[in-house]
Design a protein around this ligand. Sequence first.
Ligand code: S3P
Length: 447
Amino acid sequence: MDTAARPLTSARPATPLSGVFRVPGDKSISHRALMFGALAIGETRITGLLTGEDVLRTAAAMRALGAEVTREPDGIWRVAGRGIGGLMEPAEVLDMGNSGTAARLLCGILASHDLFAVMTGDASLRRRPMRRVIDPLTATGARFITREGGRLPLAIEGARDALPLDYRVPVPSAQVKSAVLLAGLNARGITRVEEPEATRDHSENMLRHFGAAVRVETIGAGRIIELQGQPELLAADVVVPGDPSSAAFPLVAALLVPGSTLKIQGVGLNPLRTGLFTTLAEMGAAVVTLNQRVAGGEPVGDLLVTAGPLRAVDVPAERAPSMIDEYPVLAVAAACATGTTRLFGLKELRVKESDRLTALAALLTVNGAKVEIAGDDMTIHGTGTPPSGGGLVASHMDHRIAMPALVLGMVTREPVSVDDGSFIDTSFPGFVELMNAAGAAIRNALP
Ligand code: S3P
């Protein structure tokens, strides 16, 4: 994304946060809805699609591959699919912007399509590791050529007659699992993926929703997923729930700003995504789930949040897959809590949109919090009073560094600034407006 930098400053609001809101659609589900829609026969209608930059990149890529993707005036997206194996060779380089999910899942799709494609991304994505998908996908018969270190841009020559994979994912990653499953859609026979720790299962859910045969077996903390290759995927309507990873920001803000009460409606509550809610409950947070229901095959509910004191917590490494994107905002909550919080097993944070572990420690330190990193673990020393604030946070092209910094500024004595909030639009377009409507004081400002 080559937009101009957007410096932002967040100050303590004059009043408590309040109101009833919805957050934008789930990013993971939105990418998948467009991809599965493009691989299905018929017209898929998607309600609640996230229109953040990341997902718009996926929409553009699916168009470049021959699917018809349109947004109707009523906000519903329609995808006229081409069927498995039916994608066309793209005439242009596929630019996945800031989105690791879009790039990695698309590698899976392209690996089993007999076509040539070139993929790139922005400076952040071009730094991120792609070998984690390229290594397994090469065994389909596809050929990848990448920059040094397995980085984008890359060229891919998809397999003419793809072999099904049998792969044990070495790091907990829903992106890698999904890339292997997507490649398996156009391979003859059974594709088998083993994950030592269960990660978000939106691909598995959506495969079933579109008519594929998927078998899932739970083994301890992990899972084995088997997909029967070359199914006929049939277009299916998708209702995208609100993104729990986006809901996390107003939710933590409302917990921290004294006197606040906020209701966030229609939030996805897939149990493989709700580690943050479990952790906040252990910290003493008052979050009540109302109106639980199933929408579009995923559990959904409304969250009612009331401000109150938080206490420190130990978060075990096993919980990381279910809250991997929520550590930055959890760390902000921990910096305002009473006592020492220890977060274990954060290795994967180093390969997100930024080295999020380092960026997060800097975010907190520059605002007066006491933080240590030892190996892959982080310790945050809370005093029960928010840190002083007043820092300028380097966002490193990472939406999930910019947003928690602005949440922190809502409770610190001095305002908190970020050098560039433009990347917030990748996952949470309208974040500043929503927070300000709830009572926050975030403004465009040169730091
Ligand atoms: C995602 C999986 C996670 C997560 C990312 C979205 C997905 O990444 O951090 O925001 O949609 O599959 P990893 O697979 O790298 O853990």
